[in-house]
Design a binder for this molecule. Structure first.
Ligand SMILES: Cc1ncc(COP(=O)(O)O)c(C=O)c1O
Length: 388
């Protein structure tokens, strides 16, 4: 007799995002345009806050919901940004990255057979968790509406099984942001419905045109909203693993149960790093400097891709761009494989972001300018000889 693994786990696929990055690292001249994190080093003041915490011996568990100083910094920061008040004692949970927030929320709300609507192309981290719970994803195609989900299409996807709808703006992998009008339209549709709204706004500091707008600004949906954010992307500290959830007290109480049985609390030194990230006077400038660099890289990449004849939207947030390669006589996985083998440039096939990502490739402008320039030169050379 061989012991059997959980069948939902064995059915999961390893993410398509990692394999090209792994392979390109084996080439001495490889160019990696797959980065899902800032290429900048973590700021000194965050590193210092973490090492200070360790030096002070702050290596015990914290409150399950996180340090109260950090929860207060999170609610202050959110109040200043969006003019909303959440109670640091009862309406915030600090998690091990945005990832754990996603996992714990889904485990808190989903029963087998429930459906979660997600505009797509979408981040590859949602569907596996939903499937592990025996629930289903219902993807709503945004490729014909400039990657913006319309209320009409969302409404058409709703069924009596719809338990939640997940938004991720700015979006990984499209770099799309939502206008106030688009959010208002969705809020009008969803308010008063028995459906949770989960908004993953992990890229909210990486917005390049105008201001970031959030579902959290709308009191009409407060009772059904889980707001996810974190420090991974904004402060270049993906390895610190700090995210957080804001939600009404009853919802936070339930998610906290899942979180405490799973991880007890977020890593203590990292929580001190996050506290510094949210309160240090240099933080704003740091984010703005990184964003300036991303804008310069984005603009260069966008112009080059257009010159190569690839249809592409200008990303207004996150650090990804998603050109359309469907004119070539192949699928996105094969395209990325051929590009890697011919030119040692790694990109992520669009199909890694649901079937609606097929026909696209994702390039990251969190890579350095030198890598982007060289990556574009090689991609251009590749396209000259690649079969249409
Ligand atoms: C849309 C989205 N949400 C969540 C995450 C996970 O973030 P964290 O590193 O904070 O777990 C990522 C990471 O790539 C992401 O792209």
């Amino acid at each position: 007799m061989t012991p059997q693994f959980n069948e939902r786990v064995t059915a999961l696929q390893v993410p398509g995002t990692r394999q090209f990055a792994n392979k390109v690292s084996t080439y001495s001249n490889g160019i990696n345009l797959t980065l899902g994190q800032s290429g900048f080093d973590a700021p000194d003041f965050i590193r210092q806050a973490m090492t200070d915490a360790i030096d002070r011996g702050q290596l015990r568990y914290t409150h399950n919901k996180g340090l109260i100083e950090l929860r207060t910094a999170i609610t202050d920061y959110t109040a200043a940004r969006f003019n909303v008040n959440y109670n640091p004692e009862t309406e915030v949970l600090v998690t091990n990255g945005g990832s754990e927030a996603i996992d714990s929320i889904f485990r808190t709300i989903l029963n087998a057979g429930d459906e979660v609507i997600i505009p797509a192309p979408a981040y590859a981290g949602y569907e596996p968790i939903i499937h592990l719970l025996g629930a289903r994803t219902v993807f709503v195609d945004t490729t014909e509406t400039n990657f913006v989900p319309t209320a009409e299409r969302i409404a058409a996807a709703m069924t009596p099984q719809t338990k939640a709808i997940l938004f991720n703006y700015p979006t990984n992998p499209t770099g799309t942001t939502l206008s106030t009008e688009a959010i208002q339209e969705l809020v009008q549709l969803l308010k008063d419905k028995d459906i949770f709204i989960i908004t993953d706004e992990i890229y909210s500091e990486n917005v390049y045109e105008g201001q970031h707008h959030s579902f959290i600004e709308y009191a009409e949906v407060r009772d059904q909203l889980f707001y996810i954010n974190g420090l991974s992307k904004s402060h270049a500290i993906t390895g610190a693993r700090i995210g957080y959830v804001l939600a009404p007290e009853a919802a936070i109480d339930e998610v906290t149960k899942v979180h405490l049985y799973n991880t007890i609390c977020a890593a203590t030194p990292s929580q001190y790093g996050a506290l510094a990230a949210l309160t240090h006077p240099d933080s704003r400038q740091l984010i703005s400097d990184m964003n300036h660099a991303y804008i310069e890289r984005r603009d260069y990449l966008y112009d080059r891709l257009r010159q190569m004849g690839l249809p592409v939207e200008l990303p207004t947030g996150a650090f990804y761009i998603l050109p359309n390669i469907s004119a070539y006589n192949t699928d996105s996985f094969q395209f990325a494989t051929d590009l890697l083998e011919a030119e040692q440039v790694a990109v992520v096939p669009g199909a890694a972001f649901t079937a609606y990502g097929e026909g696209y490739i994702r390039l990251s402008f969190a890579s350095t300018m030198e890598e982007i320039v060289e990556g574009c030169n090689r991609l251009e050379r590749f396209l000259h000889v690649y079969q249409k």
